[in-house]
Design a binder for this molecule. Structure first.
Ligand code: AFP
Length: 323
């Protein structure tokens, strides 16, 4: 029988100096994800597809399920009494929950990634970066501007043919599947590692013309070597590449030279998971986890996946742009 999330997290983190309290944070994420996956699967029947008509801090039209997911997760994370503050793709400022000594963790999240795929029944998900408070100082937005390498854990969930939750700490990457018979997450993919063999590349080829010469050269090399697989939900593309081996790229383009994806709650958590699973993540100029954040919602180019393919791709991007 598969170990449950509660059994794994209690035996691995509870009472440990580095991770005490993390079991409560991950359990809250599991609770929120269970609500979200049920809502997503019934969205059309519940008339929960479509927009709220509001625009978020990214300038994007907010989907009904974006708001539902944000509320469900803020609610669960607030009740676990271990989270001091939450940075959220849907909120301009961070939400401060509590600053007592037990509120040790800081969470940055994309409550529903790939929302443009909601109403076409394509896999979507949620992404979380988890840092620790260093001191008892008052928690502000600036407190959350920590480098990715300071994360103590990162999590993402996928709402697809099944619901999965992948959890990385500085020790390992563990994959859990939601058992639809009893609503419990079970450890189905222990000690995940990115396979050595790279099987595909993932990029929105529609942006090719807007890429710089170096990046076009790197993409041409990938085209000649691997199959293209692109879902348009970062979490789903990353999950496939984590299981099957692959590289995902969302480089800077003429339209958005700084990239489209968000550093704190998209790139940093997935970079932490990729590196823990033997892969790599770069902005094309530097290691994602070394970037010093300036703003909660700043963007970054992202090249992530199999270590050797990421390094080769970044080398070509920079070499060719020099000639
Ligand atoms: P949404 O959450 O707005 O759908 O954006 C999804 C996303 O941030 C990421 O999940 C995808 O990898 C990327 O954008 C897709 O962007 P393109 O539609 O430009 O390919």
């Amino acid at each position: 029988m598969f170990q449950t999330l509660a059994e794994f997290s209690t035996s691995s983190w509870k009472g440990s100096e580095e991770y005490d309290g993390l079991e409560a944070v991950v359990s809250a994420i599991a609770e929120g994800a269970t609500l979200i996956q049920a809502k997503v699967r019934a969205a059309v029947l519940d008339n929960a597809v479509g927009t709220t008509g509001e625009t978020n801090v990214q300038g994007e039209i907010v989907q009904i399920l974006d708001t539902f997911s944000s509320k469900a997760l803020v609610n669960a994370l607030s009740q676990c009494r271990r989270v001091a503050a939450i940075g959220d793709e849907e909120e301009e400022q961070s939400t401060v929950i509590g600053d007592s000594p037990t509120h040790q963790y800081l969470v940055q999240m994309d409550p529903l990634d790939g929302s443009s795929n909601i109403d076409v029944a394509v896999s979507i998900g949620s992404i979380f970066g988890i840092w620790k408070r260093e001191d008892s100082a008052k928690v502000t937005d600036a407190t959350l501007l920590k480098k990715g390498r300071e994360q103590v854990a990162a999590v993402y969930t996928v709402y697809g043919s099944c619901t999965m939750m992948v959890v990385a700490t500085r020790e390992s990457v563990q994959g859990f599947t939601l058992d639809p018979t009893d609503g419990i997450f079970r450890l189905t993919n222990p000690d995940m590692r990115i396979p050595a063999k790279n099987s595909c590349y993932s990029i929105n080829e529609g942006n090719f013309k807007g890429l710089d010469v170096g990046t076009q050269k790197a993409v041409e090399e990938l085209r000649n070597t691997y199959s293209l697989r692109y879902v348009g939900s970062l979490v789903a593309d990353f999950h496939r590449n984590l299981l099957k081996g692959g590289i995902f790229l969302y480089p800077g383009t003429e339209k958005s030279p700084g990239g489209k994806l968000r550093l704190m709650y998209e790139a940093n958590p997935l970079a932490f998971i990729a590196e823990q699973a033997g892969g790599a993540a770069s902005s094309g100029k530097e290691r994602i986890l070394d970037i010093q954040p300036q703003k909660l919602h700043q963007r970054t180019p992202l090249i992530i996946g199999n270590k050797d393919v990421v390094e080769r791709t970044v080398t070509i991007m920079n070499d060719a742009s020099m000639t």
